[in-house]
Design a binder for this molecule. Sequence first.
Ligand code: GLN
Length: 193
Amino acid sequence: MPMIGVLALQGDYEKHALMLELLGAGTLQVREPADLARVDALVIPGGESTTIGKLMAAYELLEPMRNRIAGGMPVFGTCAGLILLAAQTKENHQHRLGVLDISVQRNAYGRQVDSFEADIHIPAIGEKPFRAVFIRAPMVTEMRDSVITLAEFENKPVLMQKENILAGSFHPELTEDTRVHAYFLKMVAERGR
Ligand code: GLN
C-alpha cells in the first residue's frame, strides 16, 4: 500500500486524505522534512499559497521537496498547490517550488464570481464529465511544450501533467468523484519509489 503524504500546513488537506483513504491508500500528514522522508508521494492542497509557501520555508521543506520531486516522487498540487509548483507567477517574490514549467495568474477568474463549478472533460479518466469546483482559482496563462494538458476550461489548461507532476486549478477533493485522485494513485503505482 503506497503511503501518500498530504502537506498539512494550511488549507483543506483533510479532504484529500479522506479521498485517498477511500481509494485504499495510506496517508500521512506532512509538516516537516522527517515526514516527507516517509512518504511515496505528496499532495499539496488548496488554501492560501502565500501562507503555505511561507510555512514551507519556515519548516525547511522547500529544498527537501524540490529534491524528492527531482528524484521522481509523484506530486499532485491543487489550486494553491498548483501555484506553489509553478515556475512563474506575477508575484515572483512568493516562496514556491517552481518545478513545473507554467505561468499562472492568481485569482484570475474574476472578482465577482470568485467561486464556480463547471463540467469539464478529462479524457484520461473516462468519458463522463467531471464536476470541477473552482475557488478563487489561478489561471494558467502559459505552458511550456513538455507539460501535457489533461483538461481545459474556456481554452485554458486546468489539469496538467509533466512526468511525475500533476497539477489542477480546481478542487477534486470537494466532490464525491474520486477519479482524479485515482489517476494520481495510478501515477504513484507506475512510478513507484
Ligand atoms: N487564491 C488562492 C491563492 O492564490 C488559491 C485558492 C485555493 O487554493 N482555493 O493562493
